[in-house]
Design a protein around this ligand. Structure first.
Ligand code: C2E
Ligand code: MG
Ligand code: MG
Ligand code: MG
Length: 279
């Protein structure tokens, strides 16, 4: 009967939820081991200056090679790391790796290529970072402008005093700040001038169909004009075709990243690319 049917579906559903919960628990146990066992790595995606078509900077993106599951993406395991209380440790490791990569770029290419790192809103809950970062940079004999911190719009909408304080300290210490995935959140532009932000990163969802979607063309052109008037540089994310790059260049976009130039790649390959003086 329909009633039994419904019952069965319900019990199936809970068993499935149970399995998902167990899988998550297993995964977070594995994640705890991942750092010490060297299963985490950073890939670097070049960010290209659209006027000169040379590599200007790079974004560090976390990769986890799980022993039996293969590659697990950051969109899946970053939330796990946050729940499991591992995010601070992971993100400290990311920071140190990124500084090392910037330092190596200076040795190889003779110029410091700034590296951007992603920082999720939850990482702003703890107040500890900042001074230890600056200490590490000076130990490594690197300027703070070698690191760009990527944050998301949501953080700025109702910022706590601690968030405001940390962003102010970033600015005062010379760390650069980029607003990631711009346009997908609240986009209440009035908050932009309240914070010291250096780069706007236009979300890839606007770029994907930029050559055919007139609304997205208008939005992107307006973002670029506004950003420039506010003294910010613009980075377009997710450029996959030459046509997209051409549109963005003509619209005056400063920088771009995407599969058209290069996917995220291991540090050794990235350094070799710099040595060859662009792609
Ligand atoms: P995000 O910061 O917006 O990073 C851009 C994402 O777009 C990356 O996905 C990148 O691989 C992908 N991408 C780059 N070019 C293209 C393109 O041309 N086409 C398409 N379709 N995609 C492109 P990924 O590496 O899977 O990272 C996903 C998200 O995970 C990141 O989004 C970021 O929010 C987060 N994440 C990555 N690494 C870290 C980290 O170290 N810490 C924290 N807190 N979050 C991280
Ligand atoms: Mg990012
Ligand atoms: Mg992004
Ligand atoms: Mg994103």
């Amino acid at each position: 009967t329909a009633k039994e049917h419904g019952k069965n579906r319900f019990s199936c559903y809970t068993r499935e939820m149970d399995e998902i919960a167990h899988a998550r628990l297993r995964l977070s146990t594995d994640l705890r081991q991942a750092l010490v066992r060297g299963q985490l790595s950073l890939h670097y995606q070049p960010v290209v200056n659209l006027k000169t078509v040379t590599i200007s900077k790079a974004e560090a993106l976390l990769r986890w090679h799980h022993p039996n599951m293969g590659n697990v993406g950051p969109a899946e395991f970053i939330p796990l790391a946050e729940e499991a209380g591992l995010i601070a440790e992971i993100s400290h490791w990311v920071f140190c790796e990124a500084v090392a990569c910037a330092k190596e770029s200076n040795q190889i290419a003779g110029r410091i290529v700034p590296i951007s790192i992603n920082r999720s809103p939850m990482e702003f809950l703890s107040d500890s970072t900042g001074s230890d970062w600056l200490r590490y940079l000076s130990e490594m004999d690197m300027p703070s402008s070698a690191i760009i911190v990527e944050i998301t719009e949501g953080l700025l909408l109702h910022p706590s005093p601690s968030v405001k304080d940390q962003l102010l300290r970033f600015a005062q210490s010379g760390l650069l700040v980029a607003l990631d995935d711009f346009g997908t959140g609240y986009s209440a532009m009035s908050y932009l001038h309240q914070f010291h932000i250096d780069y706007l990163k236009i979300d890839q969802s606007f770029i994907q169909d930029i050559n055919v979607n007139l609304t997205h063309q208008t939005i992107v052109e307006s973002i670029i004009l506004m950003a420039h008037k506010l003294g910010l540089k613009v980075i377009a994310e997710g450029i996959e075709t030459e046509q997209q790059m051409t549109f963005l260049r003509q619209a005056g976009c400063d920088y771009g990243q995407g599969f058209y130039f290069s996917p995220p790649i291991p540090s050794t390959i990235f350094q070799r690319m710099l040595d060859g003086n662009l792609h």
